[in-house]
Design a protein around this ligand. Structure first.
Ligand code: UDP
Length: 495
């Protein structure tokens, strides 16, 4: 992508650009924002990450680490005014997404007050695309704003193209369960069932429209991806939006600090598992022999589903490291069942309960595959470490992310087999998919080779001279001089 830079005018050197980051609550959204904050400060910018009191308290470790390293990264706690309906401040939780998104609109006033009180107007706001209220704040204070979409570019582009072309996905017509998304650089057929099943109420539609407006009025977008993985989609997304799209990822590869990796996300919670014990167990395993199994921060499985996963892993005969949430083992039956499984698979199976350092696990040489729910962070973390995946999407963007890794990138085995209706996953599905992923043969070999290649490209992208590194250089330059993003966008005839 050709992006023109703003030319230097005169001495003295300008102060470093200041960015204000506004994440959404929830690990899947906050973790990459924190990674982005580190990325920006390590390249010379100043960063304030503003959030609710509850979330700020969870980020205490990040703030302390930045202070010790004398990095200009500040966690700013905004007051969270009580809602008219009596909801208490800080009650924002991720059980009801829409409620959470709308709760955060109450931060608009405090954010505006914070920005106006700063000694110098910040150069740029980067806000989660689920925080569209930041558009009005940015406009009112006169600060440029980029939106950050916590998803694959493939997903973002599909959504945008479907909206632009008025694709009918909620028409209730079950005869044509699959619809082609127009204007994509590759052929993409999406299932009406999985497109956005729960997002069809009038309240959701109003929110989605506000989020779209927030993207339309932004000065550009920041994505946690890289051109060597999603270049064709980034180009098209940029052309379709008509504004710069900065692919700066994988953000987390910048995270070389062992402590930062070990304490990423909810590590400060009491539910954190003993990571040293996990590493010691992995150290004793053969290279690329272990399947890592984890479903992100949100998915909760009922005991019957856990049993199917466990049986599938046992029947595959392959070594596995399986992370279950504490809340999933609330019942004595589930706890006993897992203990019995561990006894039967002793020596090759490890079940851990709580929060692990996923980056530390995925970068361990013993991991050869990952059974994932296809959250974008998890997929990117896996691919960047050259680890192919079994895809088991549950909701939202996860289904399109599965399509990207299976059909476009060729580094995933779908747990449910070929495309079709979303059937409940049973032990045979898990056993077959894990055996296929971890087994021998030309297809499995080729999948591993491709994934390794993407992993190498990911590392090259963030190294000096790589595409993500260069994009960040340009982004920073544009703000140092102008406080705005006056870049040319790509016009791609294929989009
Ligand atoms: N994660 C982690 N330890 C866990 C579970 C998750 O470090 O035990 C991290 C994972 O590395 C990723 C994030 O939490 O960065 C989950 O994001 P993702 O987009 O994969 O899924 P979500 O939780 O949003 O569904």
């Amino acid at each position: 992508t050709e992006k023109s830079m703003i030319l230097a005018s005169s001495a003295p050197p300008p102060p470093p650009p200041q960015f204000v980051l506004v994440p959404l609550i929830g690990q899947g959204h906050t973790i990459p924002m924190v990674d982005l904050a580190y990325l920006l400060v390590e390249r010379g910018a100043r960063v304030s990450l503003v959030t609710t009191p509850v979330n700020a308290a969870r980020l205490q470790g990040v703030a302390d680490r930045a202070r010790r390293a004398t990095l200009p990264l500040e966690i700013v706690e905004l007051p969270f005014p009580p809602a008219d309906d009596g909801l208490s401040p800080g009650s924002a939780n991720v059980d009801n997404f829409l409620r959470l998104f709308l709760d955060l609109y109450r931060l608009a006033g405090p954010l505006e007050a914070y920005l106006r009180a700063l000694p110098r107007r910040p150069n740029c706001i980067i806000s989660d695309s689920c925080n569209p209220w930041t558009a009005r704040v940015a406009r009112s204070v006169g600060v440029p704003r980029l939106f950050f979409h916590v998803a694959s570019c493939f997903y973002s582009l599909c959504k945008l193209k479907a909206a632009t072309h008025g694709l009918l996905l909620h028409d209730g017509n079950k005869d044509d369960a699959y619809v082609e998304v127009p204007g994509m650089p590759v052929r993409v057929e999406v299932s009406k069932d999985t497109w956005s099943s729960s997002y069809t109420t009038p309240e959701w539609e109003a929110f989605v429209e506000d989020a779209r407006e927030g993207m339309r009025t932004a000065d550009g977008a920041v994505l946690n991806t890289f051109l060597g993985l999603e270049g064709q989609f980034v180009k098209c997304f940029e052309a379709a939006l008509g504004k710069p799209v900065w692919a700066l990822g994988p953000f987390f590869l910048n995270n070389r600090d062992e402590e930062a990796v070990a304490t990423r996300g909810d590590k400060d919670k009491p539910s954190a598992v003993d990571q040293d014990a996990v590493t010691a167990w992995l150290d004793a395993m053969d290279e690329s022999a272990v399947t890592y199994v984890s479903f992100g921060s949100l998915v909760r499985m009922p005991p019957e589903q856990l049993y199917e996963v466990g049986h599938g892993l046992e029947d595959s005969g392959k070594p596995f490291l399986w992370v279950v949430k504490e809340s999933e083992t609330a019942s004595p039956e589930a706890r006993e069942w897992l203990q019995a499984l561990e006894a039967r698979t002793a020596g090759r199976g490890l079940v851990v309960r709580g929060w692990v350092s996923q980056l530390a696990i995925l970068s361990h040489r013993a991991i050869g595959g990952f059974v994932t729910h296809c959250g974008w962070n998890s997929l990117l973390e896996s691919v960047a470490h050259g680890v192919p995946v079994v895809t088991w999407p549950h909701f939202g963007d996860q289904f399109l992310n599965e399509q990207l890794v299976v059909e476009v990138l060729g580094v995933g085995v779908p747990v449910r087999g070929a495309a079709g209706p979303v059937v409940p996953v049973v032990r045979e599905h898990v056993e077959r998919a894990v055996s296929e992923l971890m087994g021998g043969g030309a297809v499995a070999h080729e999948r591993r080779r491709k994934c390794k290649e993407f992993g190498e490209r990911a590392h090259r992208a963030v190294a000096k001279g790589g595409s993500s590194h260069e994009n960040l250089t340009q982004l920073l330059h544009s703000f140092v001089r102008s406080g705005s993003t006056e870049q040319q966008t790509t016009q791609d005839r294929n989009c």
